[in-house]
Design a protein around this ligand. Structure first.
Ligand code: NAD
Length: 291
């Protein structure tokens, strides 16, 4: 059982993560409400769980990689969910990005069933998931983090235990506000360069090599200049994450003015019908402000 991993949520991130677990030698049982997603896993050598109970059968570890807090709560706490079917000793790892309170609520319910729970959201995007180079920020008990380490090593290269349950999600919220801000400013740089008659691609090449350089500039500047916005990471999901960051700020009693502004730009992108595009489509919002 220790080498069998169940995974629920086989989307942009969950599918390549499951494939990396297979490559690392784990037996992988997967479940998703999308049949096509399950077929992809089976084609890669995994097994279809059929439902949540079937996905837990024989698995020592179960991972969720779902869109948002309501889906995670339903799958874990809901009728027919993970905790209803879990045997004591199961290691449950939520790698989705959700509210820290969701992680704490789940860990409490899990503990009552003898199930160990970690929140372990990730950064690195679709490419990090495919390459197995995710950054994984883990909240929970140190012993449980150690128990999960081998699984994490199949998925990522930077694995950091950042604190108790919920702390992983707080770190992820910090990550998302930085990522959103960087995209917004790259978009503004492109608009300025083009409006001034300067080649934006060449301009950003220079930025990438200097102090303004970033992983986002490295990976995304060419597609942004070409206006290719296939997700990747959908605007809708980043909108959710800005909400998580602002709620965390409110709870912590701090003001994050830039985060508020970026959250409004992402809300505008959504209002303009861009929710299904990659978050680099913030460029369209900045262009529309100027057209
Ligand atoms: P996605 O929408 O591509 O995948 C989510 C999957 O969950 C879908 O296949 C969907 O069918 C499935 N699903 C939804 N509800 C379900 C349910 N009740 N039972 C079973 N399956 C269900 O999303 P994604 O891009 O893979 O993101 C997943 C999580 O990871 C999100 O929390 C996101 O914020 C986070 N994340 C995404 C990225 C990225 O670059 N895409 C990067 C880091 C973190």
């Amino acid at each position: 059982p220790a080498n069998t991993v169940g995974i629920i949520g086989l989307g942009v991130m969950g599918a390549p993560m499951a494939e990396n677990l297979l490559r690392a030698g784990y037996n992988v049982i997967g479940h998703d409400i999308s049949e096509a997603a399950v077929k992809r896993l089976v084609a890669a050598g995994g097994r279809a769980g059929g439902d949540i109970a079937g996905t837990l059968a024989g698995a020592g570890t179960v991972i969720t990689m779902l869109p948002d807090s309501p889906q995670v709560e339903q799958v874990v706490l809901g009728p027919g969910g993970v905790l209803e079917h879990a045997e004591p000793g199961l290691l449950y790892i939520d790698m989705s990005t959700v509210r820290p309170e969701t992680s704490r609520k789940i860990a409490e319910a899990a503990a009552a069933k003898g199930v160990r729970a970690l929140d372990a959201p990730v950064s690195g995007g679709e490419k990090g998931a495919i390459d197995g180079t995710l950054s994984i920020m883990v909240g929970g008990d140190a012993d449980d983090v150690e128990a999960a380490r081998q699984v994490f090593e199949a998925l990522g290269t930077t694995i950091v235990h950042v604190g108790p349950v919920g702390a992983g999600q707080t770190v992820k919220a910090a990550n998302q506000l930085v990522v959103g801000g960087v995209y917004a400013l790259i978009a503004e740089a492109i608009v300025l360069l083009e409006a001034s008659g300067v080649d934006a691609g060449r301009g950003l090449d220079v930025l990438a090599g200097g102090l303004a350089g970033s992983r986002i500039l490295d990976l995304k500047r060419q597609t942004m200049v070409k206006r290719e916005f296939r997700p990747g990471f959908r605007i809708d999901l980043h909108h959710k994450d800005m909400g998580i960051a602002l709620a965390a700020a409110r709870e912590a009693g701090v003001a994050l003015p830039m985060t508020g502004m970026v959250a409004q730009l992402i809300a505008a992108a959504r209002a303009q019908g861009l929710g299904a595009l990659d978050h680099s489509a913030l460029l369209k919002v900045i262009e529309r402000i100027n057209s």
